[in-house]
Design a protein around this ligand. Structure first.
Ligand SMILES: C[S@@+](CC[C@H](N)C(=O)[O-])C[C@H]1O[C@@H](n2cnc3c(N)ncnc32)[C@H](O)[C@@H]1O
Length: 265
């Protein structure tokens, strides 16, 4: 039996294949945007309305809701790697529009390997390039400011994920959140992963797991230990199915984490 979510996705898919780009834009203006406004506080519903796979194909939106709720009305900058739709410039963009709706005061920035300029609009900036291009990543941050949230939903190739994290994590705001999606590729050889060497292979999951002990580096009984940048600037790691959140911050006995039952940076 198909769910309401499936029916809505099927209808969107059916319409997408039959309507011209102009008619799709009109549909977005007259149907999708009003619906988005109606459900602006509900990330799983917004993911479905705007057509990102963050709900349905994956179940990430509920985790995002929990981790991002306290930032909803803040004037933040969110950078997402991977706009969607691959070669077709007008395809994709669903998650950028979902974030723009959920965060009414945010600047949303998208980076994709392919041309995605048609998705540029008020509060949405588009960049084209490779997520492993250090010069480009630094240029983006120089132009848009230090992001409060970075989401890696790009190629999911392990060496790309590692490079983006190495360059961008230090550039994230001091209390920012870095998210890596689709970490299942850490186990797949064709994306540079391994299902055997879970701690030593050069994969996203191996790196992210290696950060866990750093949360407690002050307790190490290891004279002369020099804390790494990650030891000193990560206050939380949250692992879910194929999804990881890294909370940046300075350890102040948890004062920057939980307050009034809400996650805080
Ligand atoms: C899974 S889609 C993103 C979906 C979108 N974030 C969403 O939630 O709707 C992945 C995107 O990453 C882009 N991509 C692939 N390799 C990339 C790279 N090396 N650098 C930047 N973007 C890349 C692809 O062109 C594709 O559009």
């Amino acid at each position: 039996m198909s769910s309401g979510n499936d029916n809505f996705l099927n209808l969107k898919h059916w319409l997408k294949n039959r309507l011209s780009a102009e008619r799709r834009a009109a549909l977005r203006r007259h149907l999708v945007e009003p619906l988005g406004f109606l459900f602006r506080r509900d990330l799983p519903k917004l993911a479905t309305i705007y057509g990102t796979d963050k709900w349905g194909a994956h179940w990430y939106a509920a985790h995002y809701a929990r981790h991002f709720q306290h930032l909803r009305r803040k004037k933040i900058t969110l950078l997402e790697i991977g706009i969607g739709g691959y070669e077709k410039p007008t395809d994709g963009g669903g998650s950028l529009r979902m974030w723009r709706r959920f965060f009414p005061n945010a600047q949303i920035v998208g980076l994709d390997y392919f041309d995605k300029n048609p998705h540029a609009e008020k509060r949405i900036r588009i960049y084209r390039g490779d997520q492993s291009d250090e010069k480009l990543l630094r240029q983006i941050v120089a132009e848009v400011g230090r992001p409060d949230i970075i989401i890696d939903d790009g190629s999911h190739l392990n060496h790309h994920v590692l490079k983006s994290f190495e360059v961008l994590f230090p550039l994230l705001a001091d209390d920012g959140i870095y998210v890596v999606e689709d970490t299942q590729t850490a186990y797949w050889p064709d994306t540079g992963g391994s299902s055997d060497n879970l701690l030593t292979a050069p994969t996203s999951m191996a790196l992210l797991k290696s950060l866990v002990d750093g949360l407690n580096h002050e307790e190490f009984i290891k004279p002369g230990y020099v804390p790494s940048y990650y030891d000193q600037n990560i206050t939380g790691l949250h692992f879910y199915h194929n999804l990881v959140f890294v909370q940046k911050g300075k350890n102040q006995e948890g004062s920057n984490l939980v307050c009034n039952n809400q996650m805080k940076p």
